[in-house]
Ligand binder design. Structure first.
Ligand code: SF4
Length: 504
């Protein structure tokens, strides 16, 4: 008995909160459910047969938000008793059985280590007419071995590791996602090749700390080697990665970035604070000098590199002098963009109970000063590109104003957002011919702090297989390859996972 019409497949909807790791996990949840015979519910459908919440535990009020959302679904479920509600992700890993105690209309609770069990848990809950709660303490199967329904035709996430061995005091990842588990290089490269075979042009290698990749199988240069190996994959045009960690960053990675043509000259390296005292309190074991030293080497090897970062303002105990050090590093590093966060307590983290929590207005005021400094620099850095011709990978829906302005949008190789005009020199619009996933070369005419505009005619347009796939409405799917966890010292072949905290 289902809410779907008799004989038609059950429908599902996944609601995702949090970081890229969760977004990628949601692609796996969709892939798994579709393999089990479910079909995605239309967006406007407010009574899908299964609603999955893929939750995030980063914000202080994340649980209020979840219980609020579950509360909204209660009357819907009362009317449609066959609807099933499942809660997964970091908050589920943290709150476990508490979720069905607080919201007894929830059918399934699953954690970050057992995404693969979701279809079985839904089935069991339906059969037994009782809630199923299954949380594992550690990973039993690498999530990348699961079938995945990819959201983008031209860009794909590929996890290289899950979990984190660091103990930053503001972060919940180690307690919810566990110790770092590295995936075998051959598995990663197989997944990359499978994506490229489907037409994908760009991959982003994902890990909480990509620079410690290899720690499990005893090769501290494994990440640089992986980047170089990606350089040998025909048809792969862009390789990115996130996130590196200044503590583990080695020079061979800079050399691999500079010497591998398809690796993009963009680096997102979390700073978090420019003050060594705050870094110490955060338990981040590099100092600002080391951070700036890495940037200097990156710029020497790749003068066109765009460097972006994450910064937390108002960490417990942060003084005005500490904050000034952050501004100093921002000025010296000349970031092309920065994700700035006001410190907020994350329940379950050591920093949440530290002395010296700052009043909201102090944090707010510093935050505003930080944003002003960051924007001044990112704007100046962006202006340097006016007059340059850049390669843009055309995206879907990156520009809210595009429809009104007749522009399309995409990312340059260095990661910058570019809005470009689509009129050919004769005035004819190319908008119908340029598809998401195609490559356009265009000349920058205007710079803003957060984007670039190119208002002349595109210099060149290349139709790609990713563009063909977008036009045909096909999205890449990577089948599950069941290999289990990598063993120590062993390499060889097949696909990968994610972890999940917005800032590293
Ligand atoms: S912030 Fe990043 S490096 Fe630090 S513990 Fe969390 S996941 Fe690990």
């Amino acid at each position: 008995m289902t809410t779907a019409a008799a004989g038609s497949p059950r429908t599902y909807q996944v609601r995702t909160y949090g970081c890229q790791m969760n977004v990628h996990d949601s692609e796996r949840i969709s892939g798994l459910l579709e393999q089990a015979g479910y079909v995605r519910a239309p967006q406007a459908d407010d009574t899908p047969d299964v609603v999955v919440f893929n939750t995030c535990a980063v914000r202080e009020n994340a649980d209020n938000r979840l219980y609020g959302n579950l509360g909204h679904l209660r009357p819907v479920k009362d009317k449609h008793p066959d609807m099933q509600i499942a809660v997964g992700g970091c908050l589920a890993q943290k709150d476990r059985g508490e979720i069905v105690r607080k919201a007894p209309w929830v059918d399934v609770v699953f954690g970050t280590h057992n995404i693969g069990s979701l279809p079985v848990l839904l089935e069991r809950a339906r059969h037994n007419a009782a809630a199923e709660v299954e949380i594992l303490e550690s990973l039993d199967v690498f999530p990348s071995t699961l079938p995945t329904r990819r959201e983008s035709t031209y860009a794909g996430w590929v996890s290289i590791s899950v979990g984190c061995n660091n103990t930053c005091t503001f972060c919940i990842v180690p307690s919810l996602r566990g110790k770092e588990k590295d995936r075998r290089p051959g598995d990663i490269l197989s997944e990359v090749r499978a994506l490229v075979d489907e037409g994908v042009l760009e991959v982003t290698l994902l890990g909480q700390n990509v620079n410690s990749y290899g720690v499990e199988f005893g090769d501290r240069y494994a990440f640089g080697k992986l980047l170089r190996a990606c350089g040998d994959i025909d048809g792969l045009e862009r390789v990115r990665f996130t996130s590196p960690h200044p503590k583990d960053f080695t020079d061979d990675v800079i050399a691999a970035m500079a010497e591998t043509p398809n690796v993009c000259h963009s680096l997102h390296m979390p700073l978090q604070s420019g003050s060594d005292d705050v870094l110490r309190a955060m338990r981040r074991s590099y100092r600002s000098e080391r951070y700036l030293g890495i940037i200097e080497k990156v710029r020497a090897a790749m003068p066109d590199a765009a460097i972006t970062t994450d910064i937390i303002v108002g960490f417990p105990g942060e003084t005005e002098a500490d904050f000034q050090r952050t501004l100093d590093v921002v000025r010296e590093a000349r970031f092309s963009s920065a994700f700035t966060f006001q410190y907020s307590k994350r329940p379950g983290t050591p920093a949440a109970t530290m002395d010296g929590q700052l009043p909201k207005q102090v944090v707010q005021e510093r935050y505003e000063r930080l944003i002003a400094t960051v924007e001044e620099i990112t704007w100046a850095e962006n202006k340097r590109l006016v007059g340059e011709t850049v390669e843009v990978l055309v995206a879907v829906g990156e520009g809210r104003k595009d429809e009104r302005t007749g522009r399309m949008s995409g990312r340059a190789r260095d990661g910058r957002l570019v809005h470009f005009a689509t009129e050919a020199p004769g005035g004819e619009s190319l908008a119908g011919q340029i598809r998401p996933g195609d490559i356009v070369h265009t000349t920058i005419t205007y710079a803003a702090p957060h984007h670039l505009n190119a208002d002349g005619a595109p210099v060149a347009h290349r139709r790609t297989r990713a563009g063909d796939a977008a036009e045909a409405g096909r999205s890449p799917r990577t089948p599950g390859v069941l290999l289990g966890l990598p063993t120590l010292g062993a390499p060889p072949v097949a696909p990968a996972p994610a972890a999940g905290c917005a800032t590293h």
